[in-house]
Design a protein around this ligand. Structure first.
Ligand SMILES: C[S@@+](CC[C@H](N)C(=O)[O-])C[C@H]1O[C@@H](n2cnc3c(N)ncnc32)[C@H](O)[C@@H]1O
Length: 266
């Protein structure tokens, strides 16, 4: 009997670029605080791909991923962690834990990718989360938040993408944006996948997000105790995969950015 293709595998191939994240982003940590990070926490870790890439990069690296969903954590452990060698496996752990709760272990850098923190709709929830991260960082720690926004991220639309997964075949994904509510700043998003046999997985993943703006995120980080925040703004040439620290952004219909919180001032 043919094994079913996991929706998590399709998600990873369609959405994520973990190697780039673990090679590129820590350079900004070093630039900001002058040390090379080794201990990483991946918040909203999902299948934990970023944590697994981080421990592959150096024998010094350790990673802890936090997620609440048992099925996702099972995939992280039984597929992604299991694919690592034994030294790498010893250096990565996935915990069923709410990111709202500080971890006992303290980290050099903590990241929340793919706009996952948009799951918090209220300012006081976001403040509580940022305070919990602040407590979980070492004194020279940094916190990376990935954001998306602009009119293009709010409008009702869908975007189709074709991609191939080696050994599994040709896939399509549709990213669907529903109706944005300008009063609450909330919107629904969903992702659908078309399998090589022509079958669709509708609503493979769905999100109910508040669209946070960069400025308010910086303000809340400062309120949570972060001494400095930096915005990494995407290069206009999207294919360059390059972000630059900027205090003013050029207008875009769609934008991607990282906001970095630095725990201690220099
Ligand atoms: C959009 S997925 C992120 C997957 C992956 N990190 C990525 O960057 O593509 C969001 C994940 O956050 C988890 N999650 C939602 N609320 C959480 C919370 N309060 N604490 C920990 N994990 C949470 C969900 O279970 C889900 O797996």
């Amino acid at each position: 009997m043919k094994k079913e293709i996991s929706k998590f595998k399709i998600y990873e191939e369609s959405v994520q670029s973990p190697r780039w994240q673990v090679e590129y982003l820590p350079q900004f940590h070093t630039w900001l605080v002058g040390t090379k990070p080794t201990a990483m926490r991946e918040d909203f870790s999902g299948t934990g791909l970023i944590s697994c890439e981080w421990v592959k990069l150096s024998k010094k690296n350790r990673a802890v991923g936090l997620d609440l969903d048992l099925e996702t954590l099972k995939y992280a452990n039984e597929v992604n962690r299991a694919a690592l060698n034994s030294s790498e496996q010893k250096r990565v752990t996935f915990l069923k834990q709410d990111v709202m709760k500080p971890t006992k272990e303290k980290f050099d850098w903590i990241g929340a990718y793919n706009f996952s923190f948009y799951t918090f709709h209220e300012r006081k929830q976001l403040l509580k989360y940022f305070k919990a991260v602040h407590k979980s960082l070492k004194s020279k720690g940094t916190f990376f938040l990935e954001l998306s926004g602009g009119e293009g991220f709010k409008e009702t639309t869908q975007e189709m993408k074709r991609f191939t997964i080696p050994g599994l075949g040709k896939f399509q994904s549709i990213w669907q944006q529903h109706q944005y509510d300008p009063i609450s700043s909330l919107n629904h998003y969903s992702i659908h996948f078309k399998l090589p046999n022509g079958k669709w997985i509708n609503d493979a993943f769905t999100y109910h997000w508040r669209i946070w703006e960069i400025r308010e995120v910086r303000e809340i980080l400062e309120e949570a105790g972060f001494k400095k925040t930096v915005v990494l703004w995407e290069n206009a040439d999207e294919d360059a995969d390059e972000y630059l620290p900027q205090e003013q952004g050029d207008y875009r219909r769609d934008w991607l950015a990282y906001v970095v919180g630095v725990k201690s001032g220099s």
